[in-house]
Structures are given as structure tokens and as C-alpha cells.
Design a protein around this ligand. Sequence first.
Ligand code: GDP
Length: 288
Amino acid sequence: MTIQWFPGHMHATRKAMAERVRDVDAVVELLDARLPGSSENPLLAELTRGKPALKLLNKQDLADPALTRVWLDHLQARPATRALAMDASERAPARRLEAACRALLPNRGGLVKPLRVLICGIPNVGKSTLINSMLGQRAARTGDEPGITKTEQRIMLAEDFALIDTPGLLWPRIEVDESGLLLAASGAVGRNAYDEEEVARALLGRVRPRYADRLATRYRFAPAPAAPDDEVLTEIGRRRGALGPGGRISLQKAAEVVLNDFRSGAWGPLTLETPEEFAAWCAAAAAR
Ligand code: GDP
């Protein structure tokens, strides 16, 4: 299954983003720390043409700390790139974000050469939470300015530091099927673009090999490693009273239980992909 999701406003956003990129010094991209590869916008590198980048692995409280470390090292090995893990609701995200951007752009700063940084990320990655938490501290959000589209806002983090906000953006074609499923599981994809049962099965398939104990604790049963994901989903439905007409187990409702539990972090901190796994999916998709 390929998940495609690109409503009209995203075309406009992409165009606006391409235009704004010309005027910025660096790009901050929020990634979901549980799926850092899949949640990274493949168009961004093309749109930003090698501008310095800060990758923020958000929702680190929901991710596996050991794998977050692996991803941070992996991302920071790229040229002109810094990576930070954070929890968007933490008390002082603005300070860490600002320090990382200033380190990335040592030759900018001061009122003569203020820093202009674009912030972007897929829907549901936590961008509004981060921005609200920064606004709550000390930043001031200015209204629409002439020449700036309504879809963007400028946040002054310091006198010489403007953060330019863009709406959540997914890319036109998610070439990697595994990524499409994980993005849907994370809540980044519009509800109409995927089948919840399929996404829940795929999610269980990713989680079971590495974190079987978490599922066993949450649902109080330990399926055989070889048991099909369908069977595990049915058993979760039975245990959670996910019933449909006639008292039969509803796989749809069981899928909703699984997706809600994953999104809310009820399984404990976990990460769905390693850099190697993600690279292998990309290579396989490119070879198709
Ligand atoms: P946006 O679409 O990128 O603006 O995402 P939101 O800021 O609306 O966040 C989407 C959901 O993720 C909300 O339920 C937030 O409360 C939650 N969220 C955002 N950041 C974090 C985080 O760092 N940790 C956790 N646990 N939840 C977060």
C-alpha cells in the first residue's frame, strides 16, 4: 500500500517555502524522535540547497533513548548539520534552539546581520507545542506582515533572531511504503488517506521484534514471536473489549486501541526505525 496525502494547501505551502528559503540563513526541521528518518522531508534538502540545518528530534520522551543517541550521531555526521533531542513541552526549548542555531551560524548575529531561521516539520510533530512554549517564555509573535503570506508567521526569539514559521508539510509522494505506514501511525497523515487496521498491523510488526515485553505488559499476554500480526491485533481487541455488531471482535476498534496507545506513549518509550533500517527501505524503494 502506498499512502498519498497532499491536500491543496500543501502545494501552496511548498511554493511559499521555496520562496522563503531564499531569504533564510538556516532551516530548523522538527522530526518525530520515534521515526526520525521517515519524518524527515525529502524535499527539504532540495528546497534548501545545502543551507545549514538543525534537526530537532521532538517527542524524545516517547522515544528509545539509546536509539535517539544513534540518530543524533547519524544526523550530525552530515555537513553543516546539528541535531538536538527535545520534548516540545519542556521549560526552556528556546534557549537550546537559539544556542544551536547561533553555533550553526557563527558569522551571523547582531542587528546588522540578524539570524533568519525557517522552522518546519510534518503535521502533528509538535511544532505548535514548541512554538507556544517558546512564546510563553519570552518570544513575541508578530502578525502577518505585508509580503509574508498568511500561512507564515515570524517569531522574534531575540532582537537579532527571527524564527519563521510554516504550516505542517508532508511531501507529495511518500516513496517508501514503510515510512508511509509509520507516518500514518504517528498521526501525521490525514485520517482518510489510510486504513487503520493495516497501519495498526504494520505498527505491531515494527514494535514486536524489539519491544515485545512492552506489549506483553500493556495487554497482559505474550504472543509467540512467529504469531501473525493479525492474530495479535485480534487478541488485543478481545482483551480490550473492542466489540462490533453481534458482540464480535472489531478489528477496526482494536486498531484504534493500538494507534491511540502508540500515539499517547502508553507502550513506554520506543523508536520504530534505525538509520540502517531506514536506509535499506529507501534503497529498496529506489530499486523498484
Ligand atoms: P503540530 O501539528 O506539529 O503543531 O503538533 P502539535 O504541537 O499540535 O502536537 C501534536 C500532539 O503531540 C499534541 O497532542 C501534543 O501535545 C503532542 N506533543 C507535542 N510535542 C510533544 C513532545 O515532545 N512529547 C510528547 N509526549 N507529546 C508531544
